[in-house]
Design a protein around this ligand. Structure first.
Ligand SMILES: Nc1ncnc2c1ncn2[C@@H]1O[C@H](COP(=O)(O)OP(=O)(O)OP(=O)(O)O)[C@@H](O)[C@H]1O
Ligand SMILES: [Mg+2]
Length: 447
């Protein structure tokens, strides 16, 4: 009987089985069997007494030839910055994001710029027809219409095209729709995605093609299936934002060629995604300055960013009352509410509380605590904290009501000063506890 070309391997213990089981016969874990291409017989002879391969000669690192490679600029400053200064030839980057966030728009625009700069590029669209991609390219303008495209989902055909065309930069949109006909799993299944990405990687590294893989994010917020991919690729970029809002942030979750601290801010407009270079300025001028509004000096990676935190406190008819957080973590809001009640004398147990970061930005750092607390206190008491300029704040709240220092205080202050916000409430000599800060905030207003 001919042997099938694939086996099912347990992702927990490595047990291999010719057919799928719901529970691994090896380790008893549920739902861990993944279809894989059967390894070549030579590779399976691992248990032999003597190694069959030829011994290699190790080379001291100092003698390794490493020609300096020029990075390819995508012409999108924010994207280049997040990548660590541009695309590295032969590298593999994964761009993840929820549906409709603008992954295709961003990658099309990047390829358009590269094509206009005279680089050989290729766009592989598995999700949209060539006609659909053309419509987007017309909207984007620039070099987007010069980008050669193939609309294909068969992995073999895509690899053959890559070898024949030998582009410098290639976009695969998306890695989850490509499939290897040798595997029976549906496109997007873990086995398929791993096989597809692995084979694309081999070809890309061999030919020195910088490859951008587009990946979808599942409902749980992780890249679908491809947690496996995160190990394989050189960079993992995550494109975030809310679809209804225009601001989008791009951040690196992993980067073998640069820092993971960089964040790019974009805005979605008719002509595609435009970079928001001075995001702080936008958010400060848009700040409402009403009670419940405080400007937070946040750090987005290595870049300071001023964003407006808004709070609304209203009498509740519900038990327990509503706690709605937009752009901040719910647990962080719960902590701030508890500290406010216990150490700040502002008890909101019978009120609905809404907190939102303006512009659809997400802040995920402890330095946001103080700004949230001030916004809530100001909303609860109906006191405006702004004079002619909005009040700015940053700092972490400790569980005993103390204010804790956060990283990059000087850069946060410098950013606030740049936009003329002189009143900044922060942990320091004058404010050691939340109470001090609340007093300071109202005084800053009176001054
Ligand atoms: N004419 C337009 N003007 C402004 N924005 C538009 C216009 N057309 C589309 N958009 C925006 O572009 C977004 C879709 O962008 P894109 O197709 O790049 O997203 P995607 O992340 O690739 O989505 P998918 O997951 O479906 O592939 C829409 O959600 C919308 O916000
Ligand atoms: Mg798309």
């Amino acid at each position: 009987m001919p042997r099938s070309a694939t086996v099912f391997a347990c992702s927990a213990c490595g047990h291999q089985s010719p057919k799928w089981h719901g529970r691994c016969p090896g380790c008893g874990e549920w739902n861990t069997l993944v279809e894989e291409a059967r390894p070549a017989p030579a590779a399976r002879a691992g248990g032999a007494k003597r190694a069959a391969g030829r011994a290699l000669k190790p080379v001291p690192l100092a003698e390794v030839q490493a020609p300096a490679v020029a990075r390819l600029s995508t012409g999108i400053g924010e994207l280049d910055r997040v990548l660590g200064g541009g695309l590295v030839p032969g590298s593999l980057a994964l761009i993840g994001g929820s549906p409709g966030i603008g992954k295709s728009t961003l990658t099309s625009a990047a390829l358009g710029n590269l094509a206009a700069a005279g680089h050989r590029v290729l766009y592989v669209s598995g999700e949209e027809s060539a006609a659909q991609v053309k419509l987007r390219a017309e909207r984007l303008g620039g070099g987007a219409l010069q980008v050669p495209i193939v609309a294909e989902t068969d992995l073999e055909a895509v690899l053959a095209t890559l070898e024949a065309e030998h582009p410098e930069v290639c976009v695969i949109d998306s890695v989850q729709v490509l499939y290897d006909p040798a595997l029976t799993g549906a496109p997007g299944s873990v086995g398929q995605v791993r096989e597809v990405a692995g084979r694309i990687m081999r070809v890309a590294k061999e030919l020195g093609i910088a490859t951008l893989l587009v990946g979808h994010v599942t409902k749980e917020g992780s890249l679908a299936g491809p947690r496996v991919l995160e190990h394989l690729v050189d960079c993992v970029l995550s494109f975030e934002g809310e679809r209804e809002r225009t601001y989008r942030t791009l951040r690196a979750l992993k980067n073998r060629f640069g820092s993971t601290n960089e964040v790019g801010v974009f805005e979605m407009v008719e002509q595609g995604l435009v970079e928001v270079e001075d995001a702080s300025e936008r958010f400060v001028t848009e700040a409402t300055r009403a009670p419940g509004s405080v400007v937070l000096c946040a750090m987005e990676g290595s870049r300071p960013l001023l964003v407006e935190v808004q709070a609304l406190v209203a009498p509740s008819e519900l038990v327990p009352p509503r706690r709605v957080a937009n752009g901040v973590d719910r647990n962080r809001l719960a902590l701030v509410l508890a500290v406010l009640a216990r150490h700040g004398g502002v008890s909101l147990g019978t009120s609905d509380v809404f907190v939102s970061v303006a512009g659809g930005v997400r802040v995920d750092e402890p330095g946001a605590d103080l700004a949230i607390a001030l916004a809530l206190a100001s909303a609860a008491k109906g006191i405006e904290l702004t004079q002619d300029k909005p009040l700015a704040a940053f700092g972490e709240l400790g569980l005993t009501g103390e204010l804790r220092h956060v990283a990059h205080a000087d850069r946060r202050l410098a950013e606030a000063a740049k936009f003329g916000l002189d009143a900044v409430v922060r942990p320091g000599e004058r404010a050691r506890t939340l109470r001090d800060a609340l007093r300071g905030a109202t005084k800053a207003r009176a001054a």
